[in-house]
Design a binder for this molecule. Structure first.
Ligand SMILES: *Cc1c(COP(=O)(O)O)cnc(C)c1O
Length: 390
């Protein structure tokens, strides 16, 4: 029997309906053409498919399709947002503010920017994992050009109040000249299709997305770039001027159509998916509490419905992970699980090294069944009893 997959926060399988749309963009009978080919029907049809996808993504976040810039994923979207905004705004200032619990795709990009002469302030979240609006306000300076805060954390699922944080930046920018306000970037890779996102209301200028976190394919994502007031970014990939000059390269019709289909699907299934997923996640947590010796990491309520980050008292997370052969979970983010350091996310929340080392992330998704959860629980109970020598 295959292990029960409880690592939906790392990636998701592609939904069968999405696969069908993607396959229709590959072969000779499908929409295989270059969407930039303007001289024949094949190209027009591929372009139609790409523009349909752009509308599907935009609709899910209440944006204008012209605000969507295709990328290879959220990592590239974060790179384009941060480097592109920093470079375009460097004449107004060189100070950037972000949070210590951001994804490496943000943190490593900021480290690179700091070597290019930008000054980066990384704020600590409170013990529940959330960034305080007052903490952000205190960190903003006259030369602050950019703030980056994720929507929900990939390790803990903790949801930041991005409306409040964005508003702090808008308030501070109110008396600056037009076009010189603090840009607000949000990495929403974990929340697209999981939480409602309304960019017609949110005080956010740039938002990063990834298809493979919402049952779409890997290798595709998008950056939302606000049009009014217009945000200017320095391109990071040159060649051909695709995506209004912001990101060149032949568009991958099958990837984009798949991303669009995944968004359309999420728009109709988000509420029912979330309700079912949260019930399963809560059952998992109740079962773990019944076993005992467990602590919940992160805010108890302001959390994505599928996430559960748990510290197991007196145990080593890596050891536990190896012993739990019947379930597929992780110690934190897939990107850092190669290192033996305790999670920097949990550490930044003030959790001790010992508990951070003893923590596992469970994430429930669209295809998790209640039999999966019961099997996981009995397997965990047996394994813990063995490891704890009971
Ligand atoms: C998965 C993830 C990323 C990286 O997205 P890719 O599309 O895999 O590059 C970035 N940020 C967060 C919060 C993520 O969860």
């Amino acid at each position: 029997m295959k292990p029960v997959y409880l690592d939906y926060a790392a990636t998701t399988p592609v939904d069968p309906a999405v696969i069908e749309v993607m396959v229709g963009c590959l072969g000779q009978e499908g929409l295989f053409a270059n969407p930039a080919s303007r001289s024949h029907m094949y190209g027009w049809q591929a372009e139609d498919a790409v523009e349909t996808a752009r509308r599907q993504v935009a609709d899910l976040i209440h944006a204008d399709p012209r605000e969507i810039v295709w990328t290879s994923g959220a990592t590239e979207a974060n790179n384009l947002a941060l480097k592109g905004a920093a470079q375009a705004r460097s004449k107004f200032g060189r100070h950037i503010v972000s949070v210590a619990t951001e994804h490496k795709a943000v943190l490593d990009t900021l480290t690179w920017l700091s070597r290019q002469g930008f000054e980066v302030t990384l704020l600590a979240p409170s013990a529940d994992g959330r960034l305080d609006a007052a903490t952000l306000r205190d960190a903003l300076r006259e030369d602050t050009i950019l703030v980056s805060c994720m929507h929900a954390n990939n390790e803990t699922g903790v949801i930041h109040d991005i409306a409040a944080l964005g508003q702090v930046c808008r308030d501070v920018s109110a008396d600056r000249p037009r076009g010189e306000g603090i840009l607000v970037h949000v990495d929403a890779a974990q929340t697209l299709g999981k939480l409602p996102i309304d960019l017609s209301q949110l005080p956010v200028d740039l938002m990063s997305f990834s298809a493979h976190k919402l049952y779409g394919p890997k290798g595709v994502g998008a950056l939302y770039v606000r049009r009014a007031p217009g945000v200017v970014l320095e391109a990071q990939i040159h060649g051909g001027g695709h995506e209004r000059g912001m990101r060149s390269g032949t568009l991958a019709t099958h990837q984009l159509a798949g991303f669009g289909a995944a968004c359309a699907l999420a728009a109709t299934s988000m509420d029912s998916d979330n309700a079912r997923i949260q019930t399963l996640r809560d059952r998992l947590w109740a079962g773990l509490q019944a076993i005992g010796g467990v602590h919940l990491n992160g805010h108890p309520d302001a959390r994505l419905p599928g996430h559960l980050n748990v510290a197991f008292e007196g145990l080593d997370g890596e050891l536990l992970l190896t012993a739990l052969s019947d379930i597929a979970v992780s110690t934190g983010s897939a990107c850092t699980s190669a290192s033996l350091e305790p999670s920097y996310v949990l550490r930044a929340m003030g959790i001790s090294d010992a508990l951070a080392h003893a923590s596992l992330r469970f994430s429930v998704g669209r295809y998790t069944s209640s039999a999966d959860i019961e099997h996981a629980l009995s397997h965990i109970a047996d394994t813990l009893a063995r490891l704890r020598g009971e």
